[in-house]
Ligand binder design. Structure first.
Ligand code: AMP
Length: 570
């Protein structure tokens, strides 16, 4: 196919921010594609291979600049200069290509096949002279590109397509194009995508419009799949309500997720981001061969680190380097040993297990695996209907230095890549702070006469610095469980108002509240230079002195911890 047609699709999809319009544009485009064009689905997502494939173009901005300079005959210093003013290196390529095209005659026509052919050669190049070879491959494409084509080529090269299309947009595009937007089929397309992680394969079958054929796309051992994700439980009762009685409880190990594949006596280990880490864990390969029966399988597990002397479990941070480091593996293996805790099975000896109820999957694990503590074990697991038992189990998990517990519905299926309501986690709430109210805003309409939003501050020395604003989650009427109403807060704060400007007010720091929040981010808008995201007042702490509210230092520490959370694999 002509690359021009794809570039036009990119333009059209980018021209709207409306999801439904994007889906509509995509569905028309997908309808126009032939079977042989299926690789274009990778390009629509800005990739050159399926999601699970680690081969990416991986071109640096520097190399892109060189290529643009060469292809457009512009001095590379000027390209850099343009980049500084324009900001988007793709736009720079577009602009400079336009200027060049005015002075030269058009060269070749670029096809999507040629684009993919050259881009797919990039990750294969290693060793001496690589940079120049890469440069030649890219320049060849850019020389034949129109300005718009150059824009998207460069963005694809640097891995930043920016057209606002996600996997789900493509899913809905296919649903509309090939299944008359029949919502009943949405899950089936999703399942096919989850099982294969390959949009081109799903497209090839979906375009025939036969849902039965799509259901034949199964998991493949050796091909990485996305792990199933958990939701948070409010507490144990909440879990019983959502999961039913009895439910399964397990330790929530503080390590990293490891999906284990075995096929033809070959073991592959993948992280939750589908990264192949087999080479980094030779001992795990051995454990699997020795301690698990079966010719082929896919297992889900958590790898946890422990101290080689005390045998106490350690936290994720300690073993994280084992994932990254590709050298001195033997030493790392000795210094930072891991224990594999197997908690699920997705496929066994050629049979998919993802539709089998969890309790049966667990039984299968127990049948095929022999426990070898500090090497490989099945996760600590219990079936219970008793709240007390769950509490004891939870306490023990924390005592054993684990993060908390997982609670699972015994009848549930395994859904790759989904955050599901049938697997819940419970861990100590840490996103909690005591802060003081230092300002607010008078409400309007229904809330006239009430202070309807509240500015929260933390402490630095004896100064109070703003860190967030809360307006939602406050009640109109008092309930048995909460006194946090607009009326009550207004009553408490009104005498403390020290300044009013229009609707906004400053309040003398006195009223301390406990808040929970989702996360913390840097922000120029507040004096503290931080902002709490989604804070909610959960308690009035009239008993708490100002000296006991959270300090900026403590909050910054929290941030460091949450940053660690973001980088974790587990
Ligand atoms: P979170 O990372 O807080 O969303 O919690 C979910 C993660 O807990 C999973 O992705 C696993 O890596 C980890 N985990 C630890 N132990 C278990 C277990 N027994 N069952 C399922 N997931 C577990």
């Amino acid at each position: 196919m002509n690359y021009k047609k794809l570039a036009e699709l990119y333009e059209e999809v980018s021209s709207t921010t409306k999801r439904l319009e994007k889906i509509d544009i995509l569905s028309k485009f997908l309808k126009s594609l032939k079977k042989e064009d299926s690789n274009i689905l990778y390009l629509i997502e800005g990739n050159i291979y399926p999601d699970y494939d680690e081969r990416k173009t991986g071109i640096s901005n520097q190399l892109a600049i060189k290529a643009i300079s060469k292809a457009t005959g512009t001095d590379s210093k000027k390209v850099v200069q343009e980049w500084k003013t324009v900001g988007d290196i793709g736009k720079v390529a577009e602009k400079l290509t336009k200027q060049k095209k005015q002075s030269t005659l058009h060269s070749h026509i670029l096809t999507t096949e040629k684009v993919l052919e050259n881009l797919r050669k990039l990750p294969e190049l290693v060793g001496k002279g690589t940079v120049n070879k890469k440069l030649a491959l890219i320049t060849e494409l850019l020389t034949s590109a129109s300005p718009t084509e150059a824009l998207y080529l460069v963005r694809t090269l640097i891995g930043d397509l920016r057209i606002g299309v996600q996997e789900s947009t493509i899913k809905y595009g296919m649903l509309k194009a090939f299944f008359k937007n029949n919502k009943e089929y949405e899950d089936k397309i999703q399942r096919a995508i989850d099982n294969s992680n390959d949009l081109a394969i799903v497209f090839q079958i979906a375009r025939k419009g036969k849902i039965k054929e799509l259901e034949q796309i199964h998991l493949e051992v050796g091909k990485p799949i996305k792990a199933m994700l958990a939701q948070k439980a409010k507490d144990i009762e909440d879990a019983f309500k959502k999961l039913g009685k009895p439910m399964a409880i397990e330790y929530k190990y503080d390590g990293f997720r490891l999906l284990i594949h075995k096929a033809n006596n070959k073991i592959s280990l993948f992280t939750r981001s589908l990264e192949n880490v087999t080479k980094q864990f030779p001992e795990v390969e051995e454990y699997i061969k020795k301690f698990i029966k079966g010719d082929s399988f896919i297992l889900d597990s958590e790898a946890v680190g422990y101290d080689k002397k005390t045998k106490n479990y350690t936290d994720f941070q300690k073993i994280s380097q084992r994932i990254r480091r590709k050298y001195h593996i033997e030493k790392l293996q000795k210094d930072l040993p891991v224990e594999i805790n197997v908690f699920d099975v997705l496929s066994y000896n050629g049979k998919s297990q993802i539709d089998v109820p969890f309790k049966k999957r667990r039984k299968l694990i127990e049948k095929i695996l022999t426990n070898h503590p500090y090497k490989l074990i099945s996760s600590k697991h219990k079936i219970t209907s008793s709240k007390k038992e769950v509490e004891e189990f939870y306490k023990k998990a924390l005592k054993d230095k684990q993060e908390g517990i997982m609670m699972k519905n015994l009848e549930a299926e395994y859904k790759p890549g989904r955050r599901v309501g049938h697997m819940l986690k419970l861990k100590p709430e840490t996103n909690e702070l005591d802060l003081v109210i230092t300002g607010g805003e008078w409400g309007a309409g229904k809330r006239a006469g009430w202070i309807s939003s509240f500015i929260l501050s933390c402490r630095k020395g004896n100064k109070y610095l703003e860190i967030g604003k809360v307006g939602t989650g406050i009640l109109e009427k008092e309930t048995e469980n909460s006194k946090i109403t607009f009326g009550n807060l207004t009553k408490l704060l009104k005498p403390l108002i020290i300044e009013e400007k229009g609707k906004s007010i400053k309040i003398k720091p006195k009223i301390v509240v406990t808040i929970t929040y989702q996360d913390l981010q840097k922000s120029p808008n507040y004096e503290s230079k931080w902002a709490l995201r989604f804070p909610r007042i959960t308690l009035l702490r009239e008993d708490k002195p100002l000296s006991e509210i959270a300090t900026l230092d403590e909050i910054e520490d929290d941030f460091k911890n949450s940053k660690h959370q973001n980088y974790r694999y587990g």
